[in-house]
Design a protein around this ligand. Sequence first.
Ligand code: ADP
Ligand code: MG
Length: 387
Amino acid sequence: MKILWKKGAAAVLVFVMLLSGCGSGSSADSKTLSDGSSSGKTSSASASEEFHDTSGSIAPVGEEYMTSIEVSKNADGVTQAVRYVFAMDTEMMLEAFGENAEAAVEAASEEVLRIDQLLSVGIGTSDICRLNQEGTAEVSEDARELICRGLEVGESVDGAFDITVYPLMEAWGFTSGTYRVPEEAEIAELLSKMGADKVTVDGNTVRLAEGTKIDLGGIAKGYTSGRLMEIFASYGVDAALVSLGGNVQTYGKKTNGENWKIAIQDPEKSGKYLGVLSCHDLAVITSGGYERYFEEDGTTYHHILDPANGRPANAGLRSVTVVSQDGTLADALSTSLYVLGPEKAAAYWREHPGDFGCILEKDDGTLLVTENLADSFTTERTMEVIK
Ligand code: ADP
Ligand code: MG
């Protein structure tokens, strides 16, 4: 069996439109940052425009890790602070601008670690781990909120997003790295343990049905980036940008008054982009089967599972980027729309156009962009607008 292990994402932009939203989210296992330089770096785009490259790369298994905070003055003479962190199984870049930038980045990194400790399925003492082991647990406010939001989004997308996916993730080996293709009967048995009706939330007490386990990996990073925006606001920074494994959220505009330019990774070609999004105050979160997968007998199996059949989602999309003011929503929807496929994703957007926008890359390379993002997204490819 050939094991491939990649990670990355893309992100975003937008410009005028104000989308609605609120929150943020988190979870996952912890590992080590091999080299902070690959995450969230700024590089030159074609026409001498600067943009944030949101592709992330995967580091070897290890512990949470963070670099010291680098403080400097940027070209506008504004104090800039940046730190790279490895947590939630991914490389993160936290960057803030303004007088309190350093303190804000320090507080932001503490928040990342705090949330990771609460939500990671890879940390034995986390709320989620205790809940999965015991079947019933008193959980933190963060965990309660995320479980509720996960269930809410799951219902709105007819079960395509399902936080009870954990036993399936285990069966496919995505939680351990010991990948395998489960038998149909095993998948059927695990599917019978899944579903929103297997989770009961009563205040901060959460109960799971026998054999049910939850996984907030599809929503946690967006929740976290949303929380970080609240921290940046409380420190009064001028601007900030975080990239959690390529999932980007921006606070304010760049210190020169311009929008952030965020390049969305081309899943097929590392270092290439589907296009660039110009935005401020938005989360830009990407999901794709190219982020984590293994190959067996010439078939590729990736980590976004379709709760309808227990197998890697295969609905005709290579990558889905969701843009919203609400990081939690953007993260949950990026995973959901990937499972739904292009037609259902477009239909879902038409029902909720004020909540988010999205950029979909179909398996044939065609780009579909919702009308509310069309003016902010620049691409050399042909793009079809979803209206
Ligand atoms: P990433 O975390 O790699 O950026 P996603 O946000 O799409 O990508 O989340 C994928 C993760 O979500 C998986 O690793 C798994 O933990 C979880 N997951 C997989 N399939 C589903 C699903 N159908 N619904 C909810 N969560 C899922
Ligand atoms: Mg997601």
